[in-house]
Design a protein around this ligand. Structure first.
Ligand SMILES: Nc1ncnc2c1ncn2[C@@H]1O[C@H](COP(=O)(O)OP(=O)(O)OP(=O)(O)O)[C@@H](O)[C@H]1O
Ligand SMILES: [Mg+2]
Length: 332
């Protein structure tokens, strides 16, 4: 496969869930959790997904991990359509793509020692001969900043940060190329968060890992990601490399999200220009017409109520879906 080929490509992904009601669980509607999402992630880079609760971030992650079936669209890994993989390729894919979730307490089996948690995938996939498993577990713990004696501890005997290190060590056991981090640091204290982020960054450099990084803390996502996509109600509202996205957002929703984060600089506070986000995110079971953001948008026009905007280029690698702000390309 060519070097330039993105490791992960998501093309026009749709995922809907049936809404069932009553004794017979009749299907009475559908939740469009993901509604035409496309992006690609070059090898060795980090791609971030942000947006308010319920906008479909986890559903995109679950589709990439093959935990939920897309209603439409394609997911390609290293150039290969995942839906068309045979059993052997799919089995390999399940090793090449690993996940780290928010709450390691619920994703680590409380009755298993750390050593067993980390070595289980090695045994299941027969990656390491039995005689070398102990050394391999120690090596993986060491990579994640934990001493070998942690192999004998159980999840409840560790702190949240240590448990997340074990979660990362377990993911690394399979020698993955892509790691999906869904709110992987969100439950941790700020100082512990910074340590885990440093660990993820060090591992990325050392192992040339690719991350799909989901988070609601914009400063964390900005720090760790090369490219970021802002989702709203199952669609991408704007995507850009981290710096321009945060320094010069073009979509009113991105501007509102960034403005919602308190800034210690008083000049910045005085210069706030966008009204805070008002109202709730509408239900994805019954989305608004036209641009999904129009009922909350300060720049709304009639066109926005009728027609959904496309993601248009506004600068290199920067796209925004807005009739009002994405149409003029600013002078470089
Ligand atoms: N298995 C499911 N069955 C029905 N609806 C679902 C299912 N999973 C997710 N949804 C719905 O799909 C939408 C998107 O959910 P998702 O969990 O992907 O959002 P999210 O962006 O990850 O939110 P959060 O920030 O709260 O984690 C929500 O409206 C959610 O209720
Ligand atoms: Mg989620």
């Amino acid at each position: 496969m060519s070097e330039d080929q993105p490791l992960l490509e998501v093309e026009n992904l749709h995922v809907s869930f049936p809404i069932r009601k009553g004794f017979f669980q009749r299907t009475v509607g559908a939740v469009q959790a993901v509604n035409g999402v496309s992006f690609s992630v070059p090898r060795g880079t980090s791609f971030g997904l942000v947006g308010e609760s319920g906008c479909g971030k986890t559903t995109v992650a679950r589709a990439v991990l093959q935990l939920v079936e897309p209603t439409a669209g394609a997911i390609r890994f290293d150039g290969e359509d995942v839906a068309k993989m045979d059993a052997v390729a799919l089995n390999r894919f399940r090793g090449r793509v690993q996940a780290v979730f928010q709450d390691p307490f619920s994703s680590l089996n409380p009755r298993m020692s750390t050593g067993r948690i980390i070595s289980e995938p090695l045994r299941v996939h027969r990656l390491t001969p039995e005689s070398q498993i102990k050394a391999e577990v120690a090596r993986l713990l060491d990579m994640c900043g934990l001493p070998a004696r942690f192999a004998d501890l159980y999840p409840h005997e560790m702190s949240g940060g240590q448990r997340q290190r074990v979660g990362i060590a377990r993911a690394l056991a399979m020698k993955p190329e892509l790691i999906v981090c869904d709110e992987a640091v969100s439950a941790l204290d700020v100082s512990i968060q910074a340590q885990i982020i440093n660990l993820l960054e060090d591992l990325q450099k050392e192992l040339n890992l690719t991350y799909l990084f989901i988070g609601h803390d914009l400063s964390v996502v900005r720090h760790i990601c090369d490219q970021v996509a802002v989702m709203y109600l199952g669609r991408i509202a704007e995507t850009a490399p981290s710096d321009p996205l945060f320094a010069a957002p073009r979509h009113p929703y991105t501007q509102a999200l960034i403005d919602a984060v308190p800034n210690p600089d008083p000049d910045y506070e005085a210069g706030r220009h966008i009204a805070p986000l008002e109202g709730e995110v509408p239900s994805p079971a019954n989305p608004p017409s036209g641009c999904f953001f129009h009922p909350r948008c300060p720049l709304v026009t009639d066109r926005c109520r009728q027609e959904a905007p496309h993601l248009d280029p506004v600068a290199p690698a920067h796209f925004a879906a807005c009739w009002e702000t994405a149409q003029t390309v600013p002078a470089e």
